[in-house]
Design a protein around this ligand. Structure first.
Ligand code: ATP
Ligand code: MG
Length: 286
């Protein structure tokens, strides 16, 4: 008679311990200070210039970027090149303030972006990121995430991103729920959804971080056309491993060891015989 209750009590203790451990983790997240996305700060408008002034950044103790100076004019297309881990994604993530610089400042029209309201700053930036972020919701709501747009506009954006055809093949078309982080889609399909989202957002600053890396050559060429249309007239930061996609950039910035090693146009950098020409020669051979 005694044995079963003792065994049950033991089980209760196990449950309590598991619950405590889980609660500690949940509260760690709940207790984190939130971002102030409210309306405090200056309203941002499309800037004529974006300037990095002596920008440095570290994740904890590890320094990733140092002494970055760069001034970008409205409508310019800047390509960022460098080996894996050079800090390219980190560099572009500083613009919408996903992280704040730890040294120096980023200025838009001479004003530190930390003085701008976060909401208005982020409204100006459309991103196709290396890690596509999708929600367990319908295709339509994933494309129109954060903006109010009509069905016609959503369809037009999907067509421009070469996504319309595969969406129409889904069981409920634009109303298909795509699962946690787009689980039910292929990598290339997810990427096209996120390109459609950027097209729909129609923002003055565009960030493309390996935007076509998960696509095959054929759909890449199609999407490249859509991206070229999207880029025109916008200040664009583009990261791509395939150097063929960045040949046409107004300026190429080569990052190495966390600082800018070279800048210039494709032809200049190839003939100067530096880091870029080495990277280019390597790809050309393969
Ligand atoms: N959230 C993070 N916390 C700590 N370290 C990070 C974090 N994100 C990146 N790093 C480190 O910062 C460095 C630069 O990373 P980053 O993602 O900017 O490189 P990248 O140039 O975009 O590389 P890739 O071409 O592979 O995308 C790497 O050494 C990486 O390990
Ligand atoms: Mg990256």
């Amino acid at each position: 008679m005694f044995y079963q209750p003792i065994k049950a009590l033991n089980g209760v203790n196990l449950n309590i311990q598991q619950g405590l451990a889980a609660a500690a983790r949940v509260f760690e997240i709940i207790d984190r200070p939130g971002e102030k996305v409210g309306e405090s700060g200056v309203q941002a408008g499309a800037p004529d210039s974006i300037a990095f002034r002596g920008v440095g950044f570290r994740y904890g103790a590890e320094s990733v970027l140092q002494g970055i100076d760069l001034r970008v004019r409205r409508g310019e297309v800047v390509a960022i090149v460098g080996s894996s881990g050079a800090g390219k994604s980190t560099f572009v993530n500083l613009i919408p303030r996903f992280y704040d610089v730890t040294e120096g400042a980023i200025l838009m029209d001479g004003r530190d972006i930390r003085e701008l309201s976060l909401k208005s700053l982020r409204a100006m930036v459309a991103i196709v990121s290396q890690q596509v972020i999708l929600f367990n919701d319908t295709v339509k709501r994933n494309i129109a995430y954060g903006v109010e747009r009509s069905d016609e506009e959503i369809t037009a954006a999907a067509k421009a991103a070469n996504a319309h055809d595969f969406i129409m093949r889904l069981p409920q078309g634009y109303d298909t729920v795509i699962g946690d982080s787009g689980l039910k889609l292929s990598g290339g399909e997810r990427q096209r959804i996120s390109i459609a989202r950027a097209i729909l957002k129609d923002a003055p600053i565009l960030i493309l971080d390996e935007a076509t890396s998960a696509l095959d050559t054929e759909s890449e060429m199609e999407v490249q056309k859509a991206l070229s249309n999207l880029i025109s007239g916008r200040t664009t930061f583009v990261i791509a491993h395939r150097l063929s996609t960045i040949r046409g950039a107004d300026r190429i910035v080569v990052l190495s060891g966390g600082s800018i090693k070279e800048t210039g146009r494709h032809e200049e950098l190839v003939s100067s015989g530096g880091e870029y020409s080495r990277l280019y020669a390597m790809q050309f051979e393969s």
